[in-house]
Structure formats: structure tokens, C-alpha cells
Design a protein around this ligand. Structure first.
Ligand code: SAH
Length: 502
């Protein structure tokens, strides 16, 4: 270990930063967050530093109007280092930085000369801040970019609610210690809290419920300890806290990278997973390895598991104490029947969470360069089901005639001919641009563009497979210039090449 990580309490501690530019500002920002009293010394101090520190009052309770920080617009003088806990040299003058280093050494004050590892007594780590949980990552100045990348990975893994969870635990620590006499008992109690419903409630932003549940668990366990017959308090408490729950999770259009952090976290807690046809194998792989994975997909017209039976399965498993994850392609509340599942859970009193996902329309739009709205072409967008009900498109065409509105048809491919004919008959111009996007956002994405008149013939030739979504409106023309993904790029660069050859 070349450096040793310590977590220093800077609250109200004097710190000097020499320098008044951007680098100084970044350090000032960090140290301000840690509560330090900063002295900034530089002939010129940036307005950003003034904005950051200019109005940070000493102590609100004392109604002091004095700034907690000192901004000194002067050339450097050693006197500003005296009495400081640490010093940061952040000037762009190498000679001066060296001078500050020597002065700090003479005063025996630890110093960091920014971006100069050999003149640093300590290092600013890359920080993951879930106060009071704080993680510092250092490469001892060897590879700060690598440390930052590692930090980014940790940021994605650690839910924002961790800080609040730690604060709650901190607040209840003494109480728990008083009620659970053994160290093992306390460890088990906290493990259950942090891996179970209490943390889930906290991560879902329900702080009050999290605390209430924790208190309930504690009361139950304390009762067990008091009861002369209960020899195994931890067992009875664990039965108590294994209430099942259902997570209805939108998985987006298929690319695992388009999952949300929350989706991934809940997927990794699953005891049982119900998934449908639009959920890709890569996404399924990200669920907890030991979870049972059950296919309940529906293809058009054939239902693998009837919706009602599925609702019942969710309820039954949750009642058995399982964490049930219901994975749905795209967004659960966009043509996903998520509403019906939630109604069933609500009726049975099962706790649930719903996680939004990127819906196919959004994925198709972004991955084909067809903006759904555009100042010049479309002021609104409509998501419509093109699904055939009793042989007819389930669509009121009169509502789709606005030339400044983009219309996206889900489940419309098999009704393409009826849709296009119906629209033309209702008065939509026959040359209205339209695009079919198959496997949006996936490596096998394909796009077919045309007009209401010719798209059917084009699709008969091209035979783009499902799942496919249809986008209609002026914005489709932008695909020509804004396409950037997959096959489109190859096609467009071929076109450009061909034009140059002419
Ligand atoms: N809840 C889903 C929609 C389910 S309905 C969502 O929010 O995306 C099923 C329809 O979604 C399909 O018929 C198709 O029109 C569309 N769809 C889903 N995934 C798609 C994809 N990757 N590419 C194109 N269309 C897709």
C-alpha cells in the first residue's frame, strides 16, 4: 500500500487553497461538501468560486452573517498557510507550486500540489458519496482516469438510497443494541434489514415505511428474546420479515444496456421471474442466477398463460414469501397490461414496485434517427395499438389526420395494409412518410421507409420480421440524414460513395 485511506473529519477545520481558477474551484467544491472552512488565496479569484463560497454563513444557529470562508485576492504569502490542517496548491505556476510545497513542509502541514504526484503528501480519491457511506478510490496518482472509471462502475451498483439507509441504521443503533443483547443477534438483525424489505422501501423513497418496518422487526425480535419459550429468536424473526413482494419491471426493447439501474438491482433479488417473449436472453441472464425463470409469453392470438392465471401466479408466489419479478418488454404501462397485474396485486394486498422501461417507440425513434417530435415537423406524438380486434384495426383513423402529429403503431405489422388503406380513405395524404422498424435497438435492427401508398409493397419484398413498430409522419424523412445505427450507416455510406462516383 503506497497510500493509506483515512476518512478525515473536515467539519469546521481550516484549509488553505492557493489558486483561484477552475482547478482550485473543484477542490473547494469537494472540501466545502465536507464542511471545511476554506481560505482561498489568489490575485484573481474566479466568479465561480465567489458563487460557490461567497455566501456560506458561519453557523445559522448563531445567526452569524460572517462568511465561513475567506477569499483573499492577493499574491501568495506563506502566512496564509499557518494553522491550516491541509494545504492545496492549485496555481498554474510550477515554480510557485514548488514554493508552496516547501513552505508547507517547513510548517509540517500536509500538502497536495494538484496533478503533481511527487509533491503530494495525500491524494484526492475518486469519491462515491452516499453520505454517511463514502467510498474513496485512489491509484496513488498513477492512473486517475482508471480510478474514475472504477468509481463510475460503483456509482451504478450502489443505490442512491444507501446513505439514507445508513443514517436510519445510525439513528437506531443504540436502541437495537439495547434490545438485542448478543452480537450475533444484532448482526443477523442488520443483515436482514439491509437485504430485505427495509432497504427496498428505502430505495423506493418510502423512508417512513422503512423505519416503521425496521421498528416492527425490532419489536418482534425483542419480544422473542423476552419470551421464555422462544429459544430461537432469529428464526422466528426471519419468518416475520420474509413477506413477499412483486416487482413489475420494464426491460426496454431488448438491449441489456438499456435497462435501468433499478431494474437490474431488483432482477438480482428475484426468487422467481416471469418473463414474456420480448425479454431477450441477455436480459434474463442478468437475473439472480438461482431464481426460477418461467416463460409466460404471449404471441399474437396464442396465449401461453392467460392473463388471469398469471395474475394469480404473481399473487400466490408473493404470498409464499417470494420476491417475484415480472419482466416486461419495453415499458410495463405502454401496451403491457401492467395495469391489470397491479390491480390484481392491489386487490390481494401484495406490496409491489413498478419500474419504467424504455418503450419500443422511444428506442425505435432514437436508434433510427427519427425524432418523434421536431419543432418544424411534429408538435405531438401519439402511441396507438394497431392490433386487430375481431378482424378490424382497433383504430379511429379520424384522430390520426393531424399533419403535425407523429403516430406510432405498436403491434401493427400484420395489419399494415388495413392501416394504410384506412388512413388514406380517412383523408391522410397518400404520400405521408412511414417507417417500419424491426428489432429496434438490437444488432439485427432493420428499417424500411416509404409512404402510405408504397410501404405495403416494400414490406412484401423486404419482409421485415416482428417485433416491429411503425412510425408515421413528416419526421420519418429525417431518417435519411440522422440515421446512425447498425445497417443504416453502411447503407448511407454506400449511397454517399455512389454519389461521389457519379
Ligand atoms: N410494453 C412494450 C410494448 C408491448 S406491445 C413497450 O413498451 O415497448 C408489443 C409491441 O411492441 C410489438 O408488437 C412491437 O410493435 C413493439 N415492440 C416491442 N419491442 C420492439 C422492438 N425491439 N422493436 C420494434 N418493436 C418492438
Amino acid at each position: 500500500m503506497n497510500t493509506f485511506p483515512l476518512f478525515f473529519k473536515f467539519e469546521n477545520q481550516p484549509v488553505a487553497i492557493i489558486g483561484g481558477g477552475e482547478v482550485a474551484q473543484r477542490k473547494a467544491d469537494l472540501l466545502k461538501r465536507a464542511g471545511a472552512n476554506l481560505t482561498i488565496v489568489a490575485p484573481k479569484i474566479s466568479t465561480d468560486i465567489y458563487a460557490l463560497l461567497g455566501n456560506d454563513k458561519q453557523d445559522d444557529k448563531q445567526r452569524s452573517t460572517e462568511n465561513k470562508h475567506q477569499l483573499v485576492c492577493e499574491t501568495y504569502d506563506k502566512k496564509w498557510l499557518v494553522g491550516k490542517r491541509i494545504v492545496i496548491a492549485a496555481t498554474d505556476d510550477k515554480q510557485l507550486n514548488k514554493q508552496i510545497y516547501q513552505d508547507a513542509k517547513a510548517l509540517n502541514i500536509p500538502i497536495n500540489v494538484v496533478d503533481t504526484p511527487h509533491l503530494c503528501d495525500f491524494i484526492f480519491p475518486a469519491i462515491v458519496d452516499r453520505n454517511p457511506i463514502v467510498i474513496g478510490i485512489s491509484s496513488n496518482g498513477q492512473a486517475p482516469v482508471l480510478a474514475r472509471l472504477l468509481r463510475a462502475r460503483l456509482e451504478t451498483l450502489i443505490p442512491q438510497g444507501y446513505g439514507k439507509l445508513a443514517k436510519l441504521a445510525g439513528n437506531m443503533r443504540a436502541e437495537v443494541k439495547a434490545k438485542i443483547p448478543t452480537l450475533t443477534g444484532r448482526r443477523q438483525f442488520w443483515e436482514r434489514a439491509f437485504e430485505g424489505r427495509v432497504s427496498e422501501l428505502m430505495f423506493a423513497g418510502r423512508e417512513g415505511d422503512a423505519e416503521a418496518t425496521l421498528r416492527q422487526d425490532l419489536a418482534q425480535i425483542a419480544d422473542d428474546y423476552l419470551s421464555p419459550v422462544a429459544q430461537t429468536p432469529s428464526k422466528s424473526a426471519s419468518t416475520h420479515s420474509t413477506n413477499g413482494e412483486v416487482y413489475v419491471v420494464g426491460t426496454g426493447p431488448g438491449d441489456a444496456e438499456l435497462l435501468t439501474f433499478k431494474a437490474l438491482r431488483l432482477m438480482q433479488q428475484a426468487d422467481i421471474v416471469y418473463y414474456d417473449a420480448l425479454v431477450s436472453p441477455q436480459i434474463l441472464d442478468l437475473c439472480r442466477r438461482d431464481a426460477d425463470k418461467v416463460y409466460v409469453g404471449k404471441k399474437r392470438s396464442e396465449h401461453a398463460v392467460a392473463q388471469q392465471d398469471l395474475n394469480q401466479l404473481l399473487v400466490d408466489n408473493a404470498k409464499k414469501g417470494k420476491r417475484v419479478v415480472r419482466l416486461k418488454g419495453g415499458d410495463p404501462f405502454v401496451f403491457g397490461r401492467g395495469g391489470e397485474e397491479i390491480q390484481a396485486l392491489q386487490a390481494a394486498g401484495i406490496p409491489y414496485q413498478i419500474v419504467p422501461g424504455i418503450t419500443a417507440a422511444n428506442a425505435a425513434a432514437c436508434y433510427t434517427g427519427i425524432p418523434l417530435t421536431h419543432r418544424d415537423h411534429a408538435q405531438s406524438v401519439k402511441f396507438v395499438s394497431g392490433f386487430l380486434k375481431a378482424g378490424e384495426p382497433n383504430t379511429d383513423f379520424a384522430q390520426l389526420l393531424d399533419p403535425e402529429q407523429t403516430v406510432v403503431f405498436y403491434m401493427g405489422l400484420s395489419a399494415l395494409e388495413r392501416l394504410t388503406q384506412g388512413l388514406i380513405k380517412a383523408g391522410k395524404p397518400a404520400n405521408t412518410p412511414i417507417a417500419i422498424v424491426s428489432h429496434a435497438s438490437l444488432p439485427n435492427q432493420r428499417v424500411l421507409t416509404g409512404t402510405l401508398t408504397n410501404i405495403v409493397a416494400k414490406q412484401t419484398d423486404a419482409n421485415l420480421p416482428t417485433p416491429a413498430i411503425i412510425i408515421m409522419g413528416e419526421v420519418v424523412n429525417l431518417h435519411q440524414t440522422l440515421a446512425w445505427y447498425g445497417d443504416d450507416i453502411a447503407k448511407l455510406s454506400q449511397q454517399a460513395h455512389a454519389l461521389n462516383m457519379v
